[in-house]
Design a binder for this molecule. Structure first.
Ligand SMILES: Nc1ncnc2c1ncn2[C@@H]1O[C@H](COP(=O)(O)OP(=O)(O)OP(=O)(O)O)[C@@H](O)[C@H]1O
Length: 145
């Protein structure tokens, strides 16, 4: 089964959240392009991922000693997997934990060096601005009087 189809099936509720291929998350976010950036939090950058007809949010975690390490990432994934569907909680769709090596040029040098790239990503249902308040309050929009 194609990776995109797996994500579509998770979105439709016929499959549980699972690990997702890095190539799929790169493809649906146009390789984490600036155009697809929808927000930034304390631990990473959130991108809009476009499947055939559906939209998801892909959170690309910035791994550093100041943000999170693998132990915390694994713990976060485990707790997200345990959450049973709830209307006040944004639905978790899957994760990606990929470590690979790439030949890169360091700034100011023509020499290639092998760098270890660690990608840690979380995928959630996409909540558009207009629907976030409804999502949290269950269609009750508070009025200023
Ligand atoms: N599921 C989503 N759908 C749409 N936009 C989202 C979604 N998740 C996050 N965002 C956008 O990305 C921004 C950053 O979200 P993120 O969860 O990284 O940070 P946060 O809410 O500040 O939490 P924290 O940094 O503590 O994890 C949000 O303010 C929102 O604009």
């Amino acid at each position: 089964m194609g990776d995109g189809i797996v994500l579509e099936r998770i979105l439709s509720g016929s499959e549980k959240p699972t690990n997702l291929a890095l190539a799929l998350l790169q493809e649906i976010t146009e390789n984490f392009s600036e155009m697809r950036k929808i927000g930034e939090g304390g631990f990473g950058v959130v991108y809009k991922g476009v499947l055939h007809s559906r939209i998801v949010a892909v959170k690309r975690i910035i791994m550093s000693e100041h943000t999170i390490n693998d132990r915390l990432f694994d713990r976060e994934v485990k707790s997200l997997m345990k959450i049973i569907s709830h209307r006040n909680v944004v639905r978790f769709l899957g994760f990606c934990s990929n470590t690979h090596r790439e030949a890169i040029k360091e700034a100011g040098s023509t020499e290639l060096v092998m760098a270890q790239i660690r990608e840690r990503l979380l995928c959630f249902e996409y909540i558009s601005n207009g629907s976030l308040d409804k999502h949290i309050t269950g269609d009750t929009v508070l009025q200023n009087t």
